[in-house]
Each structure stands twice: as structure tokens, then as C-alpha cells.
Design a protein around this ligand. Structure first.
Ligand code: FES
Ligand SMILES: [Fe+2]
Length: 434
């Protein structure tokens, strides 16, 4: 429609791309997502009562029994459906409050106390249960076919000596539009710089970056390259499949030269159901990433992060100074893909959707997705600020970003500090040859 004052003629109300966005059991996306581990809680949230949780559209109960073991069970009791949210933690497992059936963490029925001694129901039946593991303060669950269960992935960025602070933020919208935010670095100069009432990053972020993308074994890596303050500034972020992303430092400026490989934050977008998600992950507190100690660990946790715009604001503040939360939740419960007009600057979003669709279609119920192995998986999040006296042309900026991405991918196994130095040398060499 291209008629002015033609709202009447403008047809909207199309649908979302169900293949990519729907997460329930039996849907293509839901079955694919079930091939992976997802974080769903902070370990510190598990107290002396069970927690009702929802993950991939399933109602569950998460608990730690008196022996310290983690369990994740279907929420409704196998006997007559009472909610195990009201169950009583036991030395071994969780006991239903209604008639006392006792469930082990693997779903084995340990006791049916009102039944005769001769009852065989305990051998005939298992309650629905999923494996759960705790790592560095987060609790991860696997909801897929037991035969396809991968090891919990180990990312190299999480294996360094950073102090990892877990966080969890509620986004009442579909997981994909939240994950797409990382593949869309063009939103940063606008949402976080020029448009919001209070710039949410340092001023250099308001410059429009040249973009470069590269596929990696884990998904995509995105480079945003700017020239600002007499420096070339390249920021590279991981957009991994299906739902993990990593960012370089958020507080930095390009005022001083630096070369860093490593993440400021690693986050999963865990689908609660089709229309709500947890943004859950780790803030990395690390002197390499944040040499001036600008991070605030005490602000990182449940519904709190030491960075503006990541949680719901109140009243008109949402309109005067919108952040990521407002932008993504404002796209609707599920962004309406049929009504979008994707452009050249949406290349990251297009690439991510295309990769995701390919993987969803190739996924099978018992096929194991790449996951944890004996070695940490290489990631590519990095930041460079290097002296550069003259402004490169936009095409040169993009080309320098591409060079940085290639170097990062090709030197994946190199130790972090060395990898950063080699990357800086490589880009300085390219600048000298211009
Ligand atoms: S409903 Fe749970 S034991 Fe009866
Ligand atoms: Fe953002």
C-alpha cells in the first residue's frame, strides 16, 4: 500500500512465522529447541519449597530435594493431577501433598502410601521428569528425547577466570524477537543513542556502524565497525543457535586503544511459551573486559541488570526513554512477520532466520545437535579500538569488519590474550596498507 492517508487500504494483521516461533511439543521449532539445554532459573531461587515453572510451553515443577539433588517434574501428579508445586520436599525427591505419592528426581515413583502392599503401580509407571544440571549459579534443563541428550555446552568465554554473575529477566513476548535483537546492531545508534531520551551507551555508539556477518560453527558472528574519535572501533558479537548470544563490553568508548577477546555478557533466550521468555545468562566481571570496574555486580540478578533498558519501566518513562525491553515487547506477543518490511540493514535478522529454518528442518527427534564435548567450544565475541587518523570509506569499514571476523574464526583455538593481540596486529597491518 502506498496511498497517503490510506490507513483504510493498508492490510495488516498477518501472521507470525509459526515454523520459527512456536515452541510447543510437536511443532517444528519446539522439537528443534528440545535438542538443547536451556537455563530456566538461578540456583539461588531454589528454596525449601518447590517452584512452579513453565518451559517450552510445559507446566513443570523445579526443586532441590533434601539431599541437594535437582529435579524437574511434570507439574500435575500422575495419580489424580494435584499440582506438585504444593508438594513437600523429601530426603529423596518430592512428595505430592494430596495422597502422598513420592517421586524421585528421575520420575520413579518411590511410594504410593495408600495403596496395598501388593500394588505394582510403582513398577508400571514413571512420572514425567527431565534432567537438570547446575552450572555457575544457573540451572539448565533438557526437555528433549532421552536418546538425543547432548552434554551441556562449554563455551570458551565461560571457561576463563571471569566472575560470572547470573541474571534472569522476564520478557512477555516470543523468544525469537528477543534473540534477533543481537543480530540487529543497527538498533544501537537509534534505540540506545539518538532516539532515547538519555543515551544509554557512550556517545560513539550513536555513529551508524558498517556491518559484517560471518557464519560460524555455532551460528553467526556480527561485526559493527565505526570510525570515531580518531580510532577504528570494531565490536563483534556472537549470535549462536538456537538461542544464545554474547556481547563485547557495553560501557566502553573508543577513546583509548584496546584489543579484547571475550564477553561482557552471555545470555540465553529461554522460551517459557509462545508469548513469553526469560532472558537468562551471566554477566562477566573481569578486569580484561572492564578494566575501569564500571560494572555493578550488586545490580545483577532476578529482574535486574547493571545496564539500562533491560527490564520493564513504569509509566511515561517507558515512552521518554525506551530501552530494549520496550522495543522488543512492543513488537507484540509474537512479532507479526507477514506485516514486516525487511530491508538491507536487516541482513543479520534475515541470516539468523534462514539459518534457524535450515536447522529446524534438518533436526530429527533423536538426532543429537552439536553440544558439549571434552574441549570448550570457541566463541568470537571481541572488541578492538585502534588508532586510525583518517576516516575510512564506508566500504572500507565493512571490509575491516569482515577481516576481523575472518581472523577471529580462523584463530579460534589461540589463547584469549594472544588472540586479541594477533587480531589487533592484523587490523593495524590492514590499516597501514590502505
Ligand atoms: S493427586 Fe497426587 S497423590 Fe493423589
Ligand atoms: Fe539493545
Amino acid at each position: 500500500m502506498n496511498t497517503r492517508f490510506g490507513g483504510y487500504l493498508c492490510e495488516r494483521g498477518g501472521g507470525a512465522d509459526a515454523e520459527l516461533t512456536h515452541v510447543e511439543r510437536g511443532t517444528p521449532g519446539g522439537e528443534y529447541l528440545r535438542r538443547f539445554w536451556h537455563p530456566l532459573a538461578l540456583a539461588s531461587e531454589l528454596t525449601d519449597v518447590p517452584r512452579a515453572v513453565r518451559l517450552l510451553g510445559e507446566d513443570l515443577v523445579l526443586f532441590r530435594d533434601h539431599a541437594g539433588r535437582l529435579g524437574l517434574l511434570h507439574r500435575q501428579c500422575s495419580h489424580r493431577g494435584a499440582s506438585l508445586e504444593f508438594g513437600i520436599l523429601s530426603a529423596r525427591g518430592l512428595r505430592c501433598c494430596y495422597h502422598g505419592w513420592l517421586y524421585d528426581i528421575d520420575g520413579a515413583i518411590l511410594e504410593t502410601p495408600a495403596e496395598p502392599e501388593t500394588s505394582r503401580i510403582r513398577e508400571r509407571l514413571c512420572h514425567g521428569a527431565y534432567p537438570v544440571v547446575e552450572r555457575a549459579g544457573l540451572v539448565f534443563a533438557y526437555l528433549g528425547h532421552p536418546q538425543a541428550r547432548p552434554a551441556l555446552p562449554r563455551y570458551d568465554s565461560l571457561e576463563c577466570l571471569a566472575d560470572l554473575a547470573p541474571f534472569k529477566l522476564l520478557y512477555p513476548c516470543n523468544w525469537l524477537q528477543v534473540h534477533e535483537n543481537t543480530a540487529d546492531p543497527i538498533h544501537i545508534p537509534f534505540l540506545h543513542g539518538r532516539v532515547s531520551g538519555t543515551p544509554q551507551f557512550s556517545p560513539g555508539f550513536s555513529e551508524l556502524p558498517a556491518l559484517a556477518f560471518r557464519e560460524t560453527p555455532l551460528g553467526l558472528v556480527v561485526a559493527s565497525t565505526r570510525w570515531t574519535g580518531g580510532r577504528l572501533w570494531i565490536r563483534c558479537a556472537d549470535v549462536m543457535l538456537p538461542n544464545v548470544a554474547q556481547y563485547p563490553p557495553a560501557f566502553e568508548t573508543s577513546e583509548a586503544s584496546r584489543a579484547v577477546v571475550g564477553a561482557w555478557a552471555t545470555r540465553w533466550i529461554t522460551p517459557i511459551d509462545n508469548t513469553s521468555s526469560w532472558v537468562v545468562g551471566y554477566r562477566h566481571f573481569d578486569r580484561v573486559i572492564d578494566p575501569d570496574g564500571q560494572g555493578r555486580r550488586e545490580h545483577v540478578g532476578v529482574e535486574s541488570l547493571d545496564f539500562a533498558g533491560q527490564t520493564a519501566q513504569l509509566g511515561e518513562a517507558r515512552q521518554r526513554d525506551p530501552g530494549d525491553w520496550e522495543a522488543m515487547v512492543g513488537q507484540g506477543a509474537i512479532a507479526v512477520h507477514d506485516d514486516e518490511h525487511l530491508c538491507a540493514s536487516d541482513r543479520g535478522v534475515t541470516l539468523l532466520r534462514s539459518l534457524l529454518r535450515t536447522r529446524i528442518r534438518a533436526s530429527t527427534a533423536t538426532g543429537r545437535e552439536p553440544g558439549g564435548g571434552p574441549e570448550p567450544l570457541p566463541t568470537y565475541t571481541a572488541e578492538l579500538a585502534l588508532p586510525c587518523a583518517t576516516v575510512p570509506a564506508p566500504a572500507q569499514l565493512a571490509e575491516l569488519g569482515e577481516r576481523a571476523l575472518s581472523h577471529l574464526v580462523e584463530h579460534a583455538g589461540v589463547p584469549r590474550a594472544q588472540r586479541a593481540q594477533q587480531l589487533a596486529d592484523h587490523i593495524l597491518e590492514a590499516l597501514a596498507c590502505r
